[in-house]
Ligand binder design. Structure first.
Ligand code: BES
Ligand code: ZN
Ligand code: ZN
Length: 517
């Protein structure tokens, strides 16, 4: 996406649509800030017009005006952001979403946005606010149109976004926007991977796309094929993968910073390119959208793309994604099979639909071998987390409070809903079986917790977190907070998380109490 930043007055910026976020307060009395300036310079009293049209600046309210004269824009849209005291960064992201939607409505080529007024009145950080706006905008102009015949492809007229910061020093804004731009591109990469159809995005194809992300962003890459997985004993990945004609693989990209390494992190993502459930087959509607069961892997690989470009100092990062298709043939695993995982423990597979935890068990054991001090895994792991938290929120499980706080902080910055869940140790007994070291299901209740406890059995590290994103990874319909289809959930949180880690080291602060271990 093309954008530029200017410190000209919004009246001077030539655009097809000028987007002005408006606070409720700006419409009370004689009007304030941008609206007053607009009136003084052009003789057009936007505040009065707004009031006549019943626009009060409430969140979500918009008012499109044209033929005003007095400014270099063809149209103005006022976007309500509510009362100053209630305006948070998320409201600016929402302005970005609205700007893109209004722009599409009027087929605008150049869209200008000026957020000076709400930023000044609310004391928000201008660069951060611009970054949020950019991320919202970019998310809303994304389309996955690969399978539309040419004549049906929506002709998008959008060409350029102009971010207007009158009289401001634009350099901090430029720095924040550069990061947002890379994050937004990475979010689109994740969404392209999640939206791709299952016959195209097989485990092999995911490996191909990961390799291309690595080569384009100077990352090391390894993709272990079936022969290598067999030789090294990744038996759980192989067990889930053997029911499909599309063979599994294990993807591993590495980012190595220039200079000294202070901390090593592994980001692990579940890459089930289609989940039929296997012999414990998914019934009814449950199999729909199961091509999105690789959203964890997509988030991790997309984060690799952004991190390869941002190149944060001091942090070495391993991006690991076990990729399989969970399907059925004569050789597919059956309920009651027992398999010994890469980490050396045996699992009685009682439900072949609980496959994510199986492939992650091998991947987590492999991640630990890389000598990392922190592991974060992302997986569309359970329907139970959606029952618990709804579809907008992902669940966070961690054995380390410091790591949990860092991830919650990063999610907040990213505007992604993340909620900490307990690793209730008492439920761990549900994974016991007389037949093997553990079984892969833990009963009807507390399903997201027992799934997390299953993963925990494969992690010795004391800084591990698991994010169950089965809810927000895919959205059936577009809403104010989410796009339709693959959402790219997690990418932004991961990038902000890594950036914060790198920053803490630069500041010379110890990042966690258990690092020395
Ligand atoms: N991929 C599913 C989880 C899922 C459900 C993701 C809904 C996205 C939306 C996972 O592999 C699965 O099938 N989990 C089972 C576990 C059960 C058999 C213990 C589930 O949640 O029903
Ligand atoms: Zn499943
Ligand atoms: Zn699954």
């Amino acid at each position: 996406m093309i954008y530029n930043i200017t410190n000209n007055s919004p009246l001077e910026v030539e655009c097809d649509l000028l987007v002005l976020p408006v606070l409720c307060e700006a419409l009370e009395g004689p009007g304030t800030g941008t609206l007053r300036r607009y009136a003084a310079a052009s003789g057009v009293d936007l505040g009065a017009l707004a009031q006549e049209e019943g626009f009060a600046g409430k969140p979500g309210q918009t008012l499109m005006l044209r033929g005003l004269g007095g400014a270099a824009t063809r149209r103005v849209v006022l976007v309500g952001v509510g009362k100053a005291e209630d305006v948070a960064l998320g409201a600016l992201r929402q302005v970005g979403v609205t700007a893109a939607r209004c722009g599409r409505q009027v087929r605008a080529r150049v869209i200008g946005v000026c957020i000076a007024e709400p930023v000044r009145a609310t004391g928000l950080h201008e660069a951060q606010a611009m970054a949020q706006l950019y991320e919202g905008f970019s998310r809303s102009i994304y389309r996955f149109e690969r399978y539309l015949s040419t004549k049906e492809v929506r002709q998008d007229s959008f060409e350029r976004l102009v971010l207007i910061a009158p009289d401001a020093d634009t350099s901090p804004i430029e720095a924040a926007l550069a990061t947002s731009h890379l994050i937004s591109e990475a979010v689109s990469t994740a969404r392209n991977l999640v939206n791709e159809i299952p016959s195209v995005l097989t485990p092999f194809e995911l490996g191909v796309r990961a390799t291309s992300i690595a080569t384009c962003n100077s990352l090391e890459h390894h993709v272990l094929d079936v022969a290598q997985l067999t030789e090294r004993g990744f038996n759980l990945i192989l067990a889930v993968g053997k029911g499909s004609d599309n063979p599994p693989c294990l993807i591993h990209l590495v980012y190595r910073p220039q200079g000294p390494v202070h901390h090593k992190v592994a980001l692990v993502g579940k890459g089930v390119t289609f989940d039929t459930g296997g012999y414990s087959i998914k019934g009814g509607e449950h199999m729909l959208h199961m091509h999105s069961d690789m959203a964890g892997a997509a988030a991790v690989l997309a984060a690799a793309q952004a991190i390869g470009k941002l190149r944060p100092p001091g942090i070495e990062i391993h991006f690991i994604a076990p990729a399989v298709e969970n399907a059925i043939n004569g050789r597919a695993i059956k309920p009651q099979d027992i398999v010994k995982g890469y980490g050396g423990k045996t699992v009685e597979i009682l439900n072949t639909d609980a496959e994510g935890r199986l492939i992650l068990a091998d991947a987590l054991a492999y991640a630990q071998e890389q000598g990392v001090q922190t592991i974060v895994d992302l997986a569309t792991l359970t329907g139970a987390i959606v029952v618990a938290l709804g579809e907008c929120t992902a669940g966070l499980f961690s054995n380390d409070d410091g790591l949990a706080q860092q991830l919650l902080g990063a999610a907040h910055t990213a505007g992604e809903d993340l909620w900490r869940m307990p690793l209730t140790q008492k439920l761990d007994a549900r994974l016991e079986t007389p037949m093997a070291d553990m079984k892969n299901i833990g009963g009807r209740t507390g399903g997201a917790i027992t799934a997390a406890l299953f993963l925990k059995r494969w992690v010795e590290l004391e800084r591990w977190a698991h994010i169950d994103l089965a809810g927000p990874a895919w959205m059936e319909t577009e809403s104010t907070d989410f796009a339709q289809g693959g959402t790219g959930y997690g990418v932004s949180t991961l990038v902000y998380f890594i950036q914060a880690l790198a920053h803490e080291y630069r500041e010379g602060q110890p990042i966690a109490r258990n690092l020395a271990k």
